[in-house]
Design a protein around this ligand. Structure first.
Ligand code: PEP
Length: 253
């Protein structure tokens, strides 16, 4: 049985003081009972992670970062390492988000290094994959996503896969208000399970949590989360309001 996971990706939004307000609102909205039934993860910008550690302690809500560098330490100006995040109590890290692929030229190869480093340091990677609109129009979306899964998980063993979460995020659905239909999303999640079965085995394919991301909100969450292969959501815009986040979490109960 795969436990549902709802993760909020705040992207580059909220100053520290605004983040504290929103995190306290989320803490008040999400009871410990709810947080025990669904994994709830908040991923604010780096500067608000230590506040997240203080605010969410004992609440059952976990927090994560939106990126790491793949090296342990050294001369990488402006970067943050996996160990620094673990030291803060961070459990999760979003890797390979399409915005990082698009604006920061992250490749499957680089993302693979980051996944390996995250696992080595005890972080749970939320590995994002997904096709562009152009790729879907060309009918190559399954091939693209299979390639992303295969390359980003290179050298990740079956045991470590127990800690990997995959997020299917069609690029054309992120921040656009366009959502993949529940059938489209479920279909791609099934394809991802096939890729995992080829790479590993049926157990890994059946136990890996695959989230959907792309304009999920309190209106469409129930239908999406009701699909057999959809194990939660990676939520952007709708995670910036405690009440909509709560409704999405409740839709997953
Ligand atoms: C995201 O950033 O991962 C995302 C899914 O954004 P949105 O929900 O705003 O489309």
């Amino acid at each position: 049985m795969r436990k549902k996971l709802i993760a909020g990706n705040w992207k580059m939004n909220k100053s520290l003081s605004e983040a504290k307000v929103l995190m306290n609102e989320i803490k008040s909205a999400v009871s410990k009972e709810v947080a025990s039934k669904v994994d709830v993860v908040v991923c604010p910008p780096f500067i608000s992670l230590s506040a997240a550690a203080e605010i969410f302690v004992g609440s059952g809500i976990e927090f994560g970062a939106q990126n790491i560098h793949y090296k342990d330490d050294g001369a990488f100006t402006g970067e943050i390492s996996a160990s620094m995040l673990r030291d803060l109590g961070c459990e999760y890290v979003i890797l390979g988000h399409s915005e990082r692929r698009q604006y920061f030229h992250e490749t499957n190869h680089l993302i693979n290094f980051k996944v390996i480093k995250a696992l080595e340091k005890g972080l749970t990677p939320i590995l994002c994959v997904g096709e562009t609109l152009e790729q879907r129009e060309q009918g190559i979306e399954v091939k693209i996503v299979d390639e992303q899964v295969t390359m980003c998980l290179k050298d990740v063993c079956a045991m470590d896969m127990q800690r990997v979460v995959i997020a299917y995020e069609p690029v054309w659905a992120i921040g656009t208000g366009k959502t993949a239909s529940p059938e489209q999303a479920d279909g791609m999640h099934m394809e991802i399970r096939k890729s995992l079965e080829n790479l590993y085995n049926a157990t890994v394919a059946g136990s890996t949590r695959i989230l959907y991301g792309g304009s999920m909100n309190d209106k469409n969450a129930k239908e999406l989360l009701g699909k057999q292969n959809i194990d939660g959501g990676l939520i952007g815009g709708a995670a910036l309001k405690a009440d909509s986040l709560l409704k999405i979490i409740e839709a997953g109960l």
